[in-house]
Design a protein around this ligand. Structure first.
Ligand code: CDP
Ligand code: MG
Length: 700
């Protein structure tokens, strides 16, 4: 790899330290424990548990939790925080007497993976004593479950019915370093709950957190001088515990030249590793399902055309939304003589630990949300990761023995251009959902809320404005009745929820619920490099002139008529697993709709009302084709942002004059995903206050 790769000369820092040779990273505690390269596959579960770094701290952790309202635990990925600490709590009696323990994760896939691991370690069936709840999936048992893994979003929803979370004796907020928007809201609310329920114990766990700033956040402001920090013998001052890791050396290699196509470069790098390096699995960090699928496709081509070079490679994707059976494969130990290659989003950065990884290939990118309150545009952008993330990714190679990390960017870039830390999601997101959740919990002064990191006032004002236009907030910025309260009950983006509520009035809720379900999966299509033409042709069979939303209805109808056949999906380039998910989500949404008193009705073939219902939710995303544009450029009515129809849309190249879109993704340009044609007069109808004040002749 000499021509392409250059060893790094990185300088020491807090988490990762150079050794004297330079270019080789040391992760503290390295070599302090020996282990075989095959991991712990043969040890009993109990032995495996005792070998984890947190085990040494078991008593210390339990003591701190017993004596402190809040305990902050920092420890490297894989040290056993997520899987062990909740079990310690059960063993120490925190789940006795009908009380529950919760452990939150920012990602759904992690919730499923860790809960199934913990159930296995405890020798119980997942869903009995140990269960999990994610949006649209509840695998718990009301009478038996004592430990629940949940996304932080789910716990926020539970607060709507039980604002003080009285069922729980202890809550572990995990992956706090990720600073996801829901984690931040949750931390703010838990801090409030603790004041009312001092007996509730919080455990905040993270891989790299700045423990001090988190402790400052949870430190109560002193009112009186004495007693300083004790309430009923319980210390209100947060405790901090750092679990010593035990990673091995990871040798860092940088690309010598900037890389043009990171998917292609990642695939070539893995093939080189396979050719030249000793045994050990490979973990590749790409950004999302689309480029992961593209990489898997390239590997499959390679495996077919060059059997010898690729023999023994087992390539597996890992991203959220992956079917359970495929997830399990990722965690299955590699067979002798094989080399597993896991191609993952940044979910494998800290949320999940894969055993047996010795090589990491880091694209240097991840998908991140960015929001601009001026243009009111939020989009998902493939953006460079931070140095902190790059180090986390590299660390994944050193779990079982010394490893190597190949970074698909230059060292110069790493040192001089990468940002040190990521920005908390709350500071780069649209706050519409967040505002509704807080309002539904009775928190009216949102700017005055105690945030771990404050959102920008501009973004907050924009959110209030949009919610007002959607009829969700009233003049006093309170939830409207019934719309506002109904929207808060539906576990979806408020714009989608509003669309569902409008459909009940317009008599097309059956159709709109199907559309809402289809929008909740990443894509209902199978797409990959090399099969673009065939899949585009297949899409044409369903394509509706109205756009992607009505096209979803056609696909759903076909799927239904085929009696949910996987062959039918295969033939039509439709993603079978995604469709099964759509059916599941649809059922759940129907139940929610009935619960909140919506009328379930089909409009049969009247697509006009379907489109009006979509407009009632998404009017803010209206765009007009630029009159003299040759390349299909649109401008958003609000903010005049330049946007284009995404190639995956059935309206790509059709370019109708007026459209609304569901979301934006940015690559070289901003692309609208899930696009629908509209009649501009509907905009004034759907949101008079939103459009009338802005350039009155805009709509002509
Ligand atoms: O949370 P933290 O990163 O500190 O570690 P963990 O997720 O509790 O993982 C501890 C150990 O459990 C690791 O050695 C993992 O390999 C193992 N584990 C597993 O084998 N399968 C899972 N689904 C989750 C964890
Ligand atoms: Mg963890």
């Amino acid at each position: 790899m000499a021509q392409f790769w250059k060893p790094g000369t990185e300088k020491p820092d807090a988490q990762v330290v150079d050794d004297e040779e330079g270019g080789v990273l040391f992760i503290p505690g390295s070599n302090s424990l020996s282990s075989s390269s095959s991991g712990y596959g043969y040890a009993s579960i109990e032995k495996q548990r005792q070998r984890l770094p947190v085990y040494k701290y078991r008593n210390a952790i339990l003591y701190l939790v017993e004596t402190h309202a809040t305990t902050i635990i920092v420890g490297e990925t894989g040290s056993g925080k997520t899987t062990q600490i909740p079990q310690y709590l059960i063993e120490a009696g925190w789940a006795a007497g009908g009380r529950l323990i919760a452990c939150t994760q920012p990602r759904r896939l992690a919730v499923q993976a860790v809960s199934s691991r913990v159930a296995q370690e405890m020798g119980v069936k997942l869903g009995d004593q140990v269960g999990y709840t994610i949006r649209f999936e509840d695998v718990t048992n009301q009478d038996e479950t004592v430990l629940k893994f949940v996304t932080d979003g789910v716990l926020l929803r539970e607060m709507m019915n039980d604002p003080l979370l009285t069922k729980y004796s202890a809550i572990m907020v995990d992956e706090a370093h990720e600073r996801s928007i829901s984690t931040d809201i949750l931390l703010g609310l838990l801090k409030k709950i603790q004041r009312r329920r001092p007996e509730l114990r919080l455990i905040i766990a993270s891989a790299t957190i700045e423990a001090k700033s988190m402790a400052d956040f949870f430190r109560p402001r002193k009112k009186r001088r004495e007693p300083e920090n004790e309430e009923n013998g319980l210390k209100v001052e947060p405790a901090i515990l750092s679990v010593e890791g035990r990673g091995f050396n990871v040798q860092i290699n940088f690309a010598e030249e900037p890389v043009q196509d990171y998917v292609q470069a990642a695939v070539s790098t893995v093939l080189l590793i396979h050719e030249r390096e000793s045994t050990g699995d490979v973990l590749v960090f790409l950004t999302g399902q689309d480029d992961i699928d593209a990489a898997v496709h390239l590997f499959n081509e390679e495996i077919q055309t060059n059997r010898k070079r690729s023999s023994g490679l087992v390539v597996l994707p890992l991203y959220s939304g992956l079917p359970r059976a495929d997830q399990e494969l990722v965690f299955t130990p590699t067979a002798r003589g094989k080399r597993k290659v896991v191609i993952s989003t940044n979910i494998a950065e800290t949320s999940l630990t894969l055993e047996g990884i010795v090589y990491v290939v880091d694209s240097g990118f991840s998908k991140q949300r960015f929001y601009n309150p001026i243009s009111d545009i939020e989009n998902l952008v493939v953006a460079p990761i931070s140095r902190a993330s790059a180090k986390q990714r590299a660390g994944r190679a050193g779990r079982v023995r010394p490893g190597k990390c190949y970074r698909l960017y230059t060292e110069e870039y790493f040192l001089n251009h990468m940002s040190n830390e990521g920005i908390p999601e709350i500071q780069r997101s649209n706050l519409v959902s967040c505002v509704i959740q807080l309002k539904a919990l009775g928190i009216d002064n949102i700017l005055g809320f105690d945030w771990p990191a404050s959102p920008s006032p501009e973004a907050m004002i924009r959110a209030l404005e949009v919610l007002y236009s959607l009829g969700i907030l009233d003049d006093d910025a309170k939830l409207t009745s019934p719309t506002g309260f109904q929207v808060a009950e539906i576990p979806l983006d408020p714009m989608i929820s509003k669309m569902i509520i409008a459909s009940s009035q317009l008599g097309c809720s059956e159709e709109i619920i199907t559309i809402a379900a289809a929008l909740s999966v990443q894509s209902i299509w199978i797409s990959a490099r090399g099969i673009q033409k065939e899949s585009d042709e297949a899409k044409l069979r369903f394509a509706a002139a109205e756009g992607d939303h009505v096209t979803f209805l056609n696909v759903y109808k076909g799927f239904h008529q085929s009696r949910k056949s996987s062959q039918w999906c295969h033939k039509n380039f439709v993603n079978y697993h995604a469709m099964k998910k759509v059916v599941e989500v649809r059922e759940q949404l129907k139940r929610v709709a009935q619960r909140i008193g919506l009328v379930l009705k089909s409009c049969e073939s009247d697509m006009q009302v379907v489109k009006k219902a979509v407009t009632a939710g998404f009017f803010a995303n209206a765009c007009r084709l630029e009159p003299y544009s040759h390349d299909g450029m649109y401008k958003t009515l609000r903010g005049s942002e330049e946007v284009y129809i995404h190639p995956s849309s059935v309206l790509f190249r059709v370019n109708p004059k007026w459209v609304i879109f569901n979301s934006l993704v940015s690559t070289d340009r901003k692309y609208m995903r899930n696009v629908m044609t509209i009649d501009p007069s509907w905009l004034l109808e759907a949101a008079p206050h939103f459009y009338q004040l802005q350039q009155p002749n805009l709509l002509h």
